[in-house]
Design a protein around this ligand. Structure first.
Ligand SMILES: [Zn+2]
Length: 371
């Protein structure tokens, strides 16, 4: 909403200016016509009229020459640094990207930001909605696609503007093929993988097939990229940064900023990835709500990372009685020591954070309180 508002006045201003100029120019030419019929000052007017008629001819010739050079540079390298038509149009297309990927930070928040941590058992799926856009970060295990679909439909969701597959493990992207099959998706972001790391699992190939069937191309995550979610909300990609052999560490880490608040999503990134992120200038992980990495495993949420994020609340996506013993006591103790209230999907069911940009409220499906 806000980006549109900002765009609109600029557009209207442009139109108004154009109309004003046209009006003035008509007035000038009609005024210029009248004195020419008078004897006094006629010669001066004629000289200036002659100059005016020569100048457009020179400009027109120059424009024609430039067009010719640009056309030629499509075929021959002229060595003059002249762009080709394709390059010019590519530049224009980027500026006019209708997806609004060029965020406008600093806008006042409008509407609300909702973050729904969907209870998908042992796995993760988080639905985000602003007044303009819908985002899904992960979709749980292979058998959870329908759970995610039901939840989204219960929220009146009919399409997804952005889907993020944090990393190619089944507890995150297992249900994503089903989601992509059942909802129109505008963009899907996944982390770049080395060829040797690309999984050959059915889970992964199923997702690639659904993405292809939907006519989508994967947008590779790139730290620092920002996506406007409307209403002044911006999603920024923070990670992964660096190269890792463990796919968990290649999780897309993203942060949504809305008004005074920020929300940090970590996928399954572990301490090594957290440490790499902390070395990056301009990728500030501080947030009011931490969506705890790797289901609360002790291998994530290092003390330096937790200190840097400095959250007021935490959320842990975790299944009851899971095989991994998640969330690990080490992580829980760190949160408790800092007095950070945390919510767990195994105890609370679905967890919903709602912010108007200046306050955050939390509600849970099972009425569970923060531990
Ligand atoms: Zn996981």
């Amino acid at each position: 909403m806000a980006p549109r508002k900002t765009t609109k006045p600029a557009g209207n201003g442009g139109k108004n200016t154009a109309r004003g100029t046209a009006g003035r120019s008509t007035g000038n030419s009609s005024r210029a016509g009248r004195p020419q019929s008078k004897k006094s000052g006629g010669s001066t007017k004629r000289r200036s009229a002659a100059r005016i008629s020569v100048t457009p001819a020179i400009v027109a010739a120059a424009v024609c020459m430039l067009c010719l050079l640009i056309t030629l540079s499509d075929y021959v390298d002229l060595g003059l640094g002249i762009p080709t038509w394709n390059e010019i149009f590519a530049g224009l297309a980027q500026e006019l990207d209708p997806d609004g990927d060029y965020s406008q930070p600093g806008l006042a928040p409008e509407g609300t930001l909702e973050i729904h941590v969907i209870d998908v058992g042992q796995g993760e799926s988080i639905f985000v909605r602003t007044q303009e856009k819908t985002v899904l970060i992960d979709a749980g295990e292979n058998n959870k696609g329908e759970v995610v679909e039901r939840y989204l439909k219960s929220q009146g969701v009919t399409s997804l503007d952005l889907v993020i597959g944090t990393h190619p493990h089944s507890d995150h992207i297992g249900g994503m093929d089903y989601v992509v099959d059942h909802f129109p998706v505008k963009r899907i972001i996944m982390p770049p993988l080395k060829e040797s790391q690309v999984p050959t699992t059915k889970t992964y190939t199923d997702l690639l097939q659904s993405i292809a069937n939907a006519g989508l191309e994967i947008t590779l995550s790139h730290p620092g990229d920002e996506y406007s979610l409307g209403g002044g909300a911006v999603l920024k990609i923070l990670g992964p940064v660096g190269e890792f052999s463990d796919l968990n560490n290649l999780s897309v880490v993203s942060k949504i900023t809305f008004g005074e608040h920020a929300f940090l999503f970590n996928g399954d990134s572990s301490k090594e990835a957290e440490a790499a992120l902390l070395t990056q200038k301009g990728l500030d992980p501080s947030a009011d709500v931490l969506f705890v990495g790797h289901h609360g495993s002790y291998t994530s949420t290092s003390q330096p990372y937790l200190d840097a994020v400095d959250p007021s609340y935490a959320s842990i996506s975790v299944g009851a009685d899971n095989d991994y013993g998640h969330p690990h006591q080490e992580t829980i103790q760190k949160l408790e020591k800092l007095g950070i209230p945390y919510y767990r999907t195994d105890l609370c069911g679905n967890i919903v954070f709602i912010s108007d940009g200046s306050s955050i409220s939390v509600s849970t499906q099972k009425g569970g309180q923060a531990a």
